[in-house]
Design a protein around this ligand. Structure first.
Ligand SMILES: NC(=O)c1ccc[n+]([C@@H]2O[C@H](COP(=O)([O-])OP(=O)(O)OC[C@H]3O[C@@H](n4cnc5c(N)ncnc54)[C@H](OP(=O)(O)O)[C@@H]3O)[C@@H](O)[C@H]2O)c1
Length: 324
C-alpha cells in the first residue's frame, strides 16, 4: 500500500511516498481503510523532530482520519467490516491502511462525509476540551480567540458561539477575519494592522475579556493577557508563531486570573470516557450542521508536502485534508 513516509527528522521536502506492507490487526486492533486524513500544524513539527511525540523512523504523519473498517483482531467487539469510522492516531494515518486500537475509533453518522469527519477530532476536540473542561466558559462571557481562522482557532470560534459566548476573533488579515465572522464571530481584531492590547481593551470594556484562547503565542500572548477580566482564564493552547512566551506574573496577580494549560492529547488518554462524551457531542453537532468542519482544500496523498507547506505558510483557513 502507498504511504507518506518521514524517514529522518527534516523538512517537508524530505517526505517521500513509498510502498509499505499492509498492516494486520493485532488483538484489540482494527484495520481501517483510510479515506481521508486531517493534517494539523503540529505535523510540521513532528516531521522536524520538534514535537512532544518523536516516532521511530520511518513513520507517516497524519494524526486524524476517517475511513472504513476492513478487519478486526481478536477480542474486538462493536466494530464490523464495512462500518464508517473516524479517529485520532497521534501520527501514522497518511497511508492507505492503518491498524489502530479499536477504542480509539468513533462511529460516523451517515450525514458526515469522510473529508469533513477526518478533520473534526483534533481541532474541535481540543477547542471543546479547552473551552468546556479547562475554562468552564459560560453563556454571556466574552471569548477572544487568537489565530481565529486556523484549525483549532475556527473550531474555538464556532464552539464559543454555540456555548453562548460573545466571540472576538483575532487574526492577521481581513480575509481571515471575514471568514471567522461567517463562522460566528461577533467582533474582530486584525493584529497585523492594529495593536492587539488596545483593541481587546476597547472591546472588553471596563470588565475585560473573560476567556482568552491562545494557539499562537509569541508577542500576542502578553498583549492579550493585559486585556483579561478579573478572574479571567487564559488558555495556553500552542505556539504557532514559534516563540514560547514568558508571561509577567504580576499581571496574573493583579487580575486574579488563571493561566490554564491545554494538552488535549494527554487528556484523551487520562480521561477516555470524558473525551468520548465530548466527541459524541461534536460529531452530533457536525452532523446537524451546527459545526462546519470547514475544509480549506483537499489534496491527494502524494501531495501531502504541498498541503503541509500551505499550513506552514499560514495560507490554510480551517482544515487541510488528504484523500487517500
Ligand atoms: N494544546 C493542544 O492540545 C493542541 C492541540 C492541537 C493543536 N495545538 C497547537 O495549536 C496551534 C495551532 O494549530 P492548528 O493546527 O490550528 O494550526 P493552523 O491551522 O496552522 O493555525 C495556526 C494559526 O496561527 C497563526 N500563526 C501565527 N504565526 C504563525 C506562524 N509563524 N506560522 C503558522 N501560523 C501562525 C495563523 O493565523 P494568523 O495568520 O491569523 O496569525 C494560523 O491560522 C499549534 O501550535 C498546535 O501545535 C495544540
Amino acid at each position: 500500500m502507498k504511504a507518506v513516509l518521514c524517514t529522518r527528522a527534516g523538512g517537508i521536502d524530505d517526505l517521500e511516498i513509498g510502498d509499505v506492507p499492509d498492516p494486520v490487526a493485532a488483538p484489540g486492533e482494527v484495520v481501517v481503510r483510510i479515506a481521508a486524513v486531517g493534517l494539523n500544524f503540529f505535523d510540521t513539527l513532528i516531521i522536524a523532530g520538534k514535537y512532544q511525540y518523536k516516532p521511530a523512523f520511518p513513520f507517516s504523519p497524519g494524526a486524524e482520519f476517517a475511513g472504513v473498517v476492513e478487519s478486526a483482531g481478536s477480542g474486538v467487539t462493536g466494530f464490523t467490516a464495512g462500518e464508517r469510522v473516524m479517529g485520532y492516531a497521534r501520527y501514522g494515518a497518511a497511508r492507505e491502511r492503518l491498524a489502530i486500537a479499536a477504542d480509539h475509533l468513533i462511529k460516523l453518522p451517515d450525514e458526515l462525509d469522510f473529508e469533513r469527519a477526518a478533520g473534526l477530532c483534533i481541532t474541535y476536540g481540543t477547542s471543546y476540551y479547552a473551552l468546556k473542561n479547562r475554562a468552564g466558559l459560560r453563556p454571556g462571557e466574552s471569548l477572544a480567540v487568537l489565530g481565529a481562522s486556523g484549525g483549532v482557532g475556527i473550531a474555538a470560534v464556532e464552539l464559543g458561539r454555540l456555548m453562548g459566548a460573545r466571540v472576538i476573533a483575532c487574526a492577521s488579515s481581513d480575509d481571515k477575519l471575514a471568514f471567522a465572522k461567517r463562522h460566528g464571530a461577533d467582533a474582530t481584531v486584525n493584529y497585523a494592522s492594529a495593536d492587539l492590547r488596545n483593541a481587546l481593551k476597547e472591546l472588553g470594556g471596563e470588565h475585560g475579556i473573560d476567556v482568552i484562547y491562545d494557539p499562537v503565542g509569541g508577542a500576542y500572548a502578553e498583549a492579550a493577557l493585559r486585556s483579561i477580566a478579573w478572574q479571567g482564564r487564559f488558555l495556553v493552547v500552542g505556539f504557532a508563531a514559534g516563540d514560547i512566551p514568558k508571561l509577567p506574573l504580576n499581571l496574573v496577580l493583579l487580575k486574579s486570573c488563571d493561566v490554564r494549560g491545554v494538552f488535549w492529547g494527554s487528556w484523551t488518554e487520562r480521561r477516555p470516557n470524558e473525551h468520548r462524551a465530548n466527541m459524541s457531542e461534536i460529531v452530533q453537532w457536525a452532523a446537524q450542521g451546527k459545526l462546519s468542519g470547514h475544509i480549506h482544500a483537499i489534496y491527494p496523498l502524494a501531495e501531502a508536502g504541498r498541503a503541509l507547506k500551505d499550513i506552514a505558510a499560514r495560507r490554510v483557513m480551517g482544515k487541510a485534508v488528504l484523500r487517500a
